[in-house]
Each structure stands twice: as structure tokens, then as C-alpha cells.
Design a protein around this ligand. Structure first.
Ligand code: UT7
Length: 350
């Protein structure tokens, strides 16, 4: 029995909007087609949050509520809420404040964390620090992004990639050897221009001109990001395995950020993992930025067993990237009768 206090994931919850935007729909909007999108990215459809007055906090609060319900705890028991997002409802107040109010988490403090597609991974590690130090007993960590709010639906290079969604986890202390064991997190700000949103911040405050120049939409140099993402994510995942003496056989699941099926395939191969041990749901949701990893955890929760070794890996704008090795801490309740959606065992070719 270990006496080291670690932070364990003890519940997972999610929210995805009902509206689907398919490859077919997009081919009516821009010069693209289903074959290109599927073969280059693995995406078939994404979810879009529609309706006035619904932003990232709307999805985050719903994901958070499911976490609390599944763990069977009251919102007042939360000590902190961290929301990873690049699409906050507003610049300020933080989306975490809106989620806190919506949940009625009267005992919690909280904040937003901006690390693009590595947002959930960075927030998970930040929350774990609060648990390990004894400063908090229950931390809600949510990844939520309404990517449709910053996507230019006349730009075929980006509009096919992103979708909306949210998911989150509860972190609690563990002294039995489960939870987050090791992490390697990185940033390299020199890559910022290849994936960014130039307008709306203090550098380029919103004006008619910034809107005319479409600076309120995300911009990505896809090929440049692709190259560094494959290397960055694979290097860091392999490094985490090496220093914890893990072989491919020891890892029950890789939980990769879902930006491109080809990137995920390359990372899995470098780790020596077969596709049966890769969480992959990009075909259904596209790239939901901070939500991809917890959405996977939600979907595979019923397959995970106490003690399973898991490697989470992400790469995103900034650049930000990293990997975390953890041991899963619980066996989920039996699969609900309405069934749990599961992975399509798609081909992963680089
Ligand atoms: O999430 C955080 C980090 N982000 C990533 O990890 C994303 C990394 N990048 C990628 O996943 C890929 O680079 C993309 C999926 C974004 C693009 O795939 P690609 O294989 O790198 O394509 P490309 O940008 O090199 O474009 C190839 C061709 C171009 O045509 P030409 O110049 O060869 O005639 C594009 O204009 O495909 C064209 N193209 C499209 N064609 C049909 C670009 N977008 C589309 C489209 N439909 N939607």
C-alpha cells in the first residue's frame, strides 16, 4: 500500500449538443467532400451548440452536473472548479465562475485555463496539484469548447475540423497507488502563429477592421502543426512510458487528443499499441479542443478497470503539449440500459 497522496479521477461526465453537422452538410457550404475529410482527418460529423444565450458554460455546467450525479455528491462539496477552454463565454468573468453559479457550488473557487488542445491535460495536472498539496479535497476539472463560435464556415481548411462539446472529471485524493503518477508538460511559444486567433484580445481589440479581416476566427497552418504535433505527442508519450518502465503491453489505453486520426495512429505506433487500445471518437465529434480527452474517458469509462494503466497525450496551439501516466481508480457502475456509445475501430494510417 502506497502512502503517497495522489489525485485520482473518481467520476466522469459529459455534454454534447444534439445538432449534428455532417461532412455532407459541409460539402453544401464549402468546396469539400466526405472522402477528403474522412481520409485526411477521420471526421464524419461534429456537434454544434445552437440557440441563443448558450455558450461554453452551458455545456460545461451540464458536464459538471453529470460528474456530481455520478459521484453522488452535492455541489456544495466542491472545493475548486477549473474550466479549460479557448472559447470562454466572455473574456471575463471566467467561465468557471458561471459554472460555479449554475451548479450552486457555493464552497468552490475556480478559474479558466487556456492551453488550447492541451487545456484539459494542463487543467488535470493543475487540479491534481491542489489535491496532492492538501489544499483541496474535491476538484472539478472540465474541458469545454464551443469551437463553432470561432470557426469561419467559409474556410474549408478549418471549418471541417472542429466541433462543440464538454466533459469533465472529479479529482479526489488516493493513497492506494491509483491516480496521476507522472506527467511531462511542455510549451514552446515560438509556434504561436501557426495556430491562433488574432483578434479580440488586447493586441488587436475588436474593431470593424478586425472583423472585416476575419481576425475573430481561428487560423491554422495545418501542415506545419501536423508535423510538430506527431513528433511532440509521440516523443512525450514514449518518454513517459520509458521513465515509468512501461511497454506497449502494460498500457491499457492511450487517450489522445482528437485532432487528426493520422496523428493518433502515428503516436500509437510509436508507443507499440494496437488500435484496440486507443480511445478514438474523432469521427463523431471532430476536434472539440479541451473536451476531446474527457469525452473519450466518458465513452470508455465502462471498459476501464481499477488499476488499468492509461497514458493521456495532447498537442495544441501555443504550442502546448504533454502526456500524463495514471492508474485508473474505480470500476464504473454497470452499463446503462440505453447503452454506451463506443469506438469505431477505424483504420489509422499516416
Ligand atoms: O488540435 C490541435 C492541433 N491541430 C492539429 O493537430 C491539426 C494538424 N493538422 C492536420 O490535421 C492537417 O494538416 C489538416 C487536416 C488540417 C489538413 O490535412 P493535410 O493533409 O495537411 O492537407 P493540406 O493542408 O496539406 O491540404 C492538401 C490539399 C490542398 O490542396 P492543394 O494545394 O494540394 O491543391 C488543400 O487546399 O487539400 C486541400 N484542402 C481541402 N480539400 C477538400 C484543404 N482543406 C480541404 C477540404 N476539402 N476541407
Amino acid at each position: 500500500m502506497s502512502h503517497i497522496t495522489r489525485a485520482s479521477i473518481t467520476a466522469v461526465g459529459h455534454y454534447v449538443p444534439e445538432t449534428r453537422l455532417t461532412n455532407q452538410d459541409l460539402s453544401q457550404m464549402v468546396d469539400t467532400n466526405d472522402v477528403w475529410i474522412r481520409s485526411r482527418t477521420g471526421i464524419e460529423e461534429r456537434r454544434i451548440l445552437t440557440g441563443k444565450g448558450k455558450g461554453t458554460s452551458y455545456m460545461a455546467a451540464r458536464a459538471g452536473r453529470e460528474v456530481l450525479l455520478k459521484r453522488g455528491i452535492a455541489p456544495e462539496e466542491l472545493d475548486a472548479i477549473i474550466v479549460a477552454t479557448v472559447t470562454p463565454d466572455m473574456s471575463f468573468p471566467a467561465t468557471a465562475c458561471l459554472v460555479q453559479a449554475e451548479l450552486g457550488a457555493t464552497g468552490a473557487w475556480g478559474f479558466d485555463l487556456s492551453a488550447a488542445c492541451s487545456g484539459f491535460l494542463f487543467a488535470l495536472n493543475t487540479g491534481a496539484g491542489l489535491i496532492e498539496s492538501g489544499r483541496a479535497a474535491k476538484v472539478l476539472v472540465i474541458g469545454s469548447d464551443k469551437m463553432s463560435s470561432i470557426t469561419d464556415y467559409t474556410d474549408r481548411k478549418t471549418c471541417v475540423l472542429f466541433g462543440d462539446g464538454a466533459a469533465g472529471v472529479l479529482l479526489e485524493a488516493d493513497n492506494e497507488g491509483y491516480g496521476l503518477i507522472d506527467s511531462e508538460l511542455n510549451v514552446d511559444g515560438r509556434g504561436w502563429e501557426t495556430l491562433c486567433m488574432l483578434g479580440g484580445g488586447s493586441l488587436n481589440p475588436t474593431t470593424h477592421d478586425t472583423v472585416d479581416r476575419k481576425m475573430h476566427y481561428l487560423h491554422q497552418d495545418g501542415q506545419a502543426v501536423f508535423k510538430v504535433a506527431v513528433k511532440g505527442m509521440a516523443d512525450v508519450a514514449v518518454e513517459i512510458m520509458k521513465r515509468n518502465n512501461l511497454t506497449g503491453d502494460d498500457v491499457r489505453y492511450l487517450v489522445p487528443h482528437q485532432a487528426n486520426q493520422r496523428i493518433i495512429g502515428a503516436v500509437a505506433r510509436r508507443m507499440g499499441l494496437g488500435l484496440d487500445r486507443v480511445m478514438l471518437n474523432i469521427s463523431k465529434y471532430g476536434n472539440t479542443t479541451a473536451a476531446t480527452i474527457p469525452l473519450c474517458l466518458h465513452e470508455w469509462e465502462h471498459e476501464l478497470r481499477k488499476g488499468d494503466r492509461i497514458v493521456i497525450a495532447a498537442f495544441g496551439g501555443g504550442f502546448t503539449w504533454g502526456a500524463t501516466y495514471l492508474r485508473w481508480a474505480y470500476n464504473a457502475a454497470p452499463v446503462p440500459t440505453n447503452g454506451v456509445e463506443n469506438s469505431e475501430k477505424a483504420e489509422l494510417d499516416v
